[in-house]
Ligand binder design. Sequence first.
Ligand code: AMP
Ligand code: GLY
Length: 424
Amino acid sequence: MRILLLGSGGREHAFAWKLAQDPECSALFIAPGNAGTATCGTNVPISPADFEAIRGFVLEHGIEMVVVGPEEPLVRGIVDYFQADSALERVPVVGPSAAGARLEGSKAFAKRFMERWGIPTASYREVTDWQEGKEVLRAFSPPYVLKADGLAAGKGVIILDELEAAVEALRNMLAGQFGEASKRVVIEQFLSGIEFSVFVLTDGSSYKLLPEAKDYKRVGEGDTGPNTGGMGAVSPVPFFDEALRQKVEQRIIEPTLRGLQVEGIPYKGFIFFGLMNVDGEPYVVEYNCRMGDPEAEVVLPRIRNSLTALFRALIEGRLNEVCIDVSPQVAATVVLTAKGYPGEYRKGDIIELRPRAGCLYLHAGTRRDVEGRLLTNGGRVIAITSFADDIASAVAYSLGAAEDIHFEGKYFRRDIGQDLIHLH
Ligand code: AMP
Ligand code: GLY
């Protein structure tokens, strides 16, 4: 099978690394990819947002399946675009329709959907008017959680302790701080607990639970400082025990899939449930319509199945026949970032990498120059995934390997997984 994978992050390198191992995958192209994906297949300089260029490439190169890494093409309707084109409709795309991707693309849609289906989530109000919003905020208790309705490159959630600051932040958001995305704002009750992420693959009728993970979102150690795309991840999550798993499946995953079916929303792809464990009770913090990054860097390597076979089963509506085979080993990933990330950061610094046996180096913001030198090319540069029987050892391997990589301004968190170690 000839596969085109869209995206260029650590998640896509993890997908590419896994797909390249499948005998069924006869050719792999990555658009646009990075220096890491180039070792698994052929990078092609096409943006995942450029549907016309993707169309041309798919037809010219006999692509038989498209796998979508990031949310943007899904929210913008790449699945619908393929289905509406008589030349493309025979090419399956792994990912939901635009209607399904609204679970991630509109916070207000997701909250209303959860309300309709009785799925546990923080109570909320939607506002578009500042005067009204001020009154709404007064009725909530601190900390105040403000969410831009639309996609805002992971920056659209603001949490503040003071009412006055929240009122001011709301004014800026409604005035267009995140463009159209924040013309509508969801104000929700703060949930106090431990976050974790659960992933499923669904063909629209059945689903398969994939390994769960915990992500470390803040840039600073001890979960301080600004939010990032994710600084590291661990899988499995020790507190995700049988009792919590059952609650998540019965109260969250099953009603979500039932809701999609009853509402006639086609969905063949990943659903990422961002959850909060509040004293043993799971609540949905967010839905994403794709795999997480850096969660994919620990989840995909733990799955022993052929990904090509899984995707084929998904496309053919045969997921119910599949059994997910998960490695019992712990996987931990540590993300190396460029100085300044998630704010302004430099690109183009030379990376010196001496690989350690047993570690997986999953590239994110990297590229090779004409002389073949490896250069930084993004805020998150590379994720190092390691495996062991326990979290402490897996993290220790990745941290050791992180010390062995050199580039100007290299930064990484040394406390990935520390909060889970005593639970393991
Ligand atoms: P979201 O994009 O909705 O996942 O929000 C980004 C981050 O903000 C989450 O990963 C949480 O850490 C935090 N967050 C969002 N909503 C809440 C909430 N209701 N209570 C506490 N923290 C939240
Ligand atoms: N790591 C969080 C995300 O992918 O959205």
